[in-house]
Structure formats: structure tokens, C-alpha cells
Write a protein that binds this ligand. Structure first.
Ligand code: AMP
Ligand code: ZN
Length: 106
């Protein structure tokens, strides 16, 4: 998607504080953290939000959840953390590229 800020971040056209990257997933610190640690996991594939998910996304979404926990542990959240996925207008979504928030205090 040409005009999507998170697509641009995953392509490094816009800088971010990168935490992790592989062929399918990009992870970076939230620019406006809600806690001591706050990062976002996004698929490199432009998926608008959860409303767009289908069976072809099963492995990708599974990988993202497992990775969320791995990185939360690496970033000091082994006592627990919050996850959030805002979906659409009624879900308070601001950036229309699917993302998983992980945030918490150490
Ligand atoms: P939401 O769509 O409601 O889940 O919120 C989007 C999130 O993206 C907010 O927590 C923003 O602080 C974060 N955000 C927006 N632009 C950037 C950016 N350029 N770099 C990092 N995080 C961002
Ligand atoms: Zn996008």
C-alpha cells in the first residue's frame, strides 16, 4: 500500500526503532509508549486489520503471537504484559495496517 505509514516503516522508508525483522514480520517501538516497554508487531504484508483476516493468514498470525511473547520476555516483561489489537473505526484503530501492541512495565 503506497500511502500506508506502517508499510513505509517495514520497508525502512520511514525510520523507526527496530526490535526485530524477518521475511514476514517487522517489530518496532511505539513512538508514543503507554508503558515502560511498548512495541508493535506488524506483518510485512499489508493487512488492514483483523476484519480482513482469512485462513491464509493462520501461520502468519500464529508466528506473530509466539514472537510477541518471545520479545516481551527479552525486553524484561517476564512478569506479564498487555497485548492489544485495535480493529476498525469502532475498535479505535488509528493506523490502518494490522498491528499487535505489546506493552508493560518491568
Ligand atoms: P492504533 O491504530 O490505535 O492501534 O494506534 C497506532 C499506534 O501506532 C499508536 O500507539 C501510535 O503511537 C503508533 N504509531 C503511530 N505512528 C508511529 C510511528 N511512526 N512509529 C512508531 N509508532 C507509531
Ligand atoms: Zn500497510
Amino acid at each position: 500500500m503506497d500511502n500506508c505509514i506502517f508499510c513505509k516503516i517495514s520497508k525502512k522508508d520511514i525510520p523507526s526503532k527496530i526490535i526485530y525483522e524477518d521475511e514476514d514480520i517487522f517489530v518496532f517501538h511505539d513512538i508514543n509508549p503507554a508503558a515502560e516497554v511498548h512495541f508493535l508487531l506488524i506483518p510485512k504484508l499489508h493487512i488492514t486489520n483483523m476484519l480482513e483476516l482469512n485462513d491464509t493468514h493462520q501461520i502468519l498470525m500464529g508466528k506473530m503471537i509466539i514472537l510477541a511473547n518471545k520479545l516481551a520476555n527479552e525486553y524484561g516483561l517476564s512478569n506479564g504484559y498487555k497485548t492489544q489489537i485495535n480493529t476498525g473505526k469502532n475498535g479505535g484503530q488509528e493506523v490502518y495496517h494490522l498491528h499487535i501492541h505489546v506493552f508493560g512495565n518491568k
